[in-house]
Design a protein around this ligand. Structure first.
Ligand code: KIV
Length: 265
């Protein structure tokens, strides 16, 4: 069964101490470029609501939007495991979670992710029992940002740390093949990583996780209006786009234009 195969593949990576690199993609060229670069996991994250669609947060993202972008990314991905997010209010019950997960799989995802731990065990079990590999997401949950009043570090109090540890154990037992830990205190992320046999994939959760994930737009500087503190930018693509656009404007207005005789290609 594919759920068991993927589960075993990721447990084996952890046992062998192989760190897992994961990035987000929302379109065909990015999916293809990341795949060719060798990342193990490509996530069509609902962060697309912010960095692609211009929403304030992820709470407006619809399933149709997720399906549209998942199809585009899937056309470019051959090697990496393609995971897609269940958007908010598409997994309020286990039945709804399975229906949504199946639609994402039909769109090309090989696994799905939703936000939540202990409180979503019935949904996670329903998804894995339906034969769909599942990636968990605990810690700071962006779909709850409005109730939380911001993107806050998780695990600062004893009770929060205990709850997160319980979440991690619960999602592992429910069949998840890995756990995204978002903005969790580094020391707690280390303890959770030691306590479970499936890999933890950190985002802003320190260096002791079994892998790391970032929003690609943050990594490559394509969303220059806000970059989380924990991101080490590797490129400045927004600057390049501005430079190219200015060069084009300059050439259009003042020349010289490229000469061509009207042929294509
Ligand atoms: O939506 C997303 O991109 C995510 C990652 C940041 C983990 O959930």
């Amino acid at each position: 069964m594919v759920v068991d195969q993927i589960n075993e593949r990721f447990r084996e990576l952890k046992r062998r101490g192989k760190k897992i690199a994961s990035l987000t993609a929302y379109d065909y060229p990015t999916g293809r470029l990341l795949d060719e670069s060798g990342v193990e996991i490509i996530l069509v994250g609902d962060s697309l609501g912010m960095v692609v669609l211009g929403y304030e947060d992820t709470t407006r993202v619809t399933l149709d939007e997720m399906l549209h972008h998942t199809r585009a990314v899937a056309r470019g991905v051959k090697q990496a495991l393609l995971v897609a997010d269940l958007p908010i209010h598409t997994y309020d019950t286990p039945e709804q979670a399975v229906t949504t997960a199946k639609k994402l799989v039909q769109a090309g995802a090989q696994a799905v992710k939703l936000e939540g731990g202990v409180n979503h065990v019935p949904q996670i079990e329903a998804i894995t029992h339906a034969g769909i590999p599942f990636m968990a997401h605990i810690g700071m949950l962006p779909q709850s940002v409005r109730e939380e009043g911001g993107y806050k570090v998780k695990g600062k109090t004893q009770s929060e740390a205990e709850a997160l540890m319980a979440d991690a154990r619960a999602v592992e037992k429910a069949g998840a093949f890995s756990i995204v830990l978002e903005i969790v205190l580094a020391d707690l992320a280390k303890q959770i990583t030691a306590a479970v046999e499936i890999p933890t994939i950190g985002i802003g959760s320190g260096e002791h996780c079994d892998g790391q994930i970032l929003v690609t737009h943050d990594l490559i500087g394509l969303f220059p209006w806000f970059t989380p503190k924990f991101v080490a930018q590797e490129a400045h693509v927004a600057d390049e786009i501005r430079r190219a656009a200015r060069a084009f404007i300059e050439r259009t207005k003042n020349g010289p234009l490229m000469s061509n005789r009207g042929e294509q290609g």
